[in-house]
Design a protein around this ligand. Structure first.
Ligand code: GLN
Length: 306
């Protein structure tokens, strides 16, 4: 069956734009509070190489927690299953920046997509890379096939100045010997990876390797084994949207990852990737319009991995 993706995106855009104004832009990172809340874009990128857009799909935005997938991919490829001795693979059921479970679980985060787990992941990268910020940039630019992708230092510094919670998570985990590098260096790298600026188009393209069995379709380079690709998609499906992961799986049935910049990316293995961006968030820190748009996409197209 041939699906008219462009008409589908146009319809979704029209049906959901009335939701703009109902969420709230993240303001705990001061620089993100400045973002124009009315921006909204969607991009679909197929493994056959076609790209479809609607709205502000080419405007770069702060990818925030979407970066957790890239860094996890880098360290999973380099260190293999040894990373699982330092973090789990279970949904946490708590908010992305929660400290609650860490105490009873001896400083071992539930999964790599809550902040605690992502900080451990970044710590792993610091242990294997001489220049982590450069390595992340090269990795992401190759994935998105865009050499202009960069960090927004204003956003990174703004988060550094107000980052008491992530500093607490790091120090707490260090007390359990689950952080090996200097806390400030981990924090600085983490805030920069979150401050990567990418558009819906960049992100949809950059996630193609996860729909493509671990191979970057832009240069045919294998980044993850088939088994690692399966595991990363499974983690996105169960933990990618924090304490709204169950609802996202219920509504879209897809692996996905969100960030407080308002982006959500979802993967349809062997077929396509889709990224939606609208900066206003719901109470779980996920894009309010993005959640609805992705639900409509799988409903209208009838595509399902189940
Ligand atoms: N940089 C953000 C933080 O650590 C990322 C959170 C997110 O996107 N959910 O709070």
């Amino acid at each position: 069956m041939d699906i008219d993706y462009q008409s589908c995106l146009n319809e979704i855009y029209e049906e959901t734009k009335g939701l703009l104004g109902k969420g709230k832009v993240a303001d705990y990172i001061p620089a993100l509070a400045e973002v124009d809340p009315n921006q909204y874009g969607i991009c679909v990128h197929t493994l056959e190489g076609q790209t479809y857009y609607v709205g502000d799909a080419k405007t770069p935005f702060s990818i925030q927690s979407i970066s957790k997938v890239f860094v996890l991919s880098m360290v999973f490829a380099a260190l293999g299953d040894s990373i699982w001795s330092r973090m789990g693979r279970e949904p946490s059921g708590s908010s992305f920046n929660s400290l609650v479970l860490l105490e009873t679980e001896n400083g071992k985060p539930r999964n790599p997509f809550i902040n605690a787990g992502a900080l451990v992941t970044t710590d792993c990268l610091l242990s294997i890379s001489k220049n982590p910020l450069k390595d992340i940039l090269v990795y992401v630019r190759n994935l998105a096939n865009n050499k202009y992708i960069n960090y927004d230092s204003v956003v990174a510094n703004s988060e550094m100045e107000t980052n008491f919670r992530n500093a607490a998570l790091l120090n707490f985990m260090k007390s359990f010997s689950n952080i090996n590098n200097d806390v400030n260096e981990v924090l600085n790298t983490y805030c920069h990876q979150c401050a990567l600026m990418m558009s819906c188009e960049d992100i949809a393209k950059a996630f193609s390797y996860l729909a493509n069995g671990g191979i970057n379709p832009f240069n045919n380079k294998r980044l993850l084994t088939l088994s690692q690709t399966k595991r990363l998609n499974a983690l996105m499906q169960t933990c990618g949207l924090y304490d709204e992961s169950g609802e996202f799986a219920f509504c879209t049935g897809l692996p996905g990852k969100s960030g407080v910049g308002g982006g959500i990316v979802a993967i349809i293995p062997k077929l396509l990737t889709i990224c939606v961006w609208s900066p206003e968030l719901n109470k779980h820190g996920n894009s309010l319009v993005g959640m609805k748009a992705l639900e409509l996409f799988t409903t209208k197209t009838g595509i399902s991995i189940f």
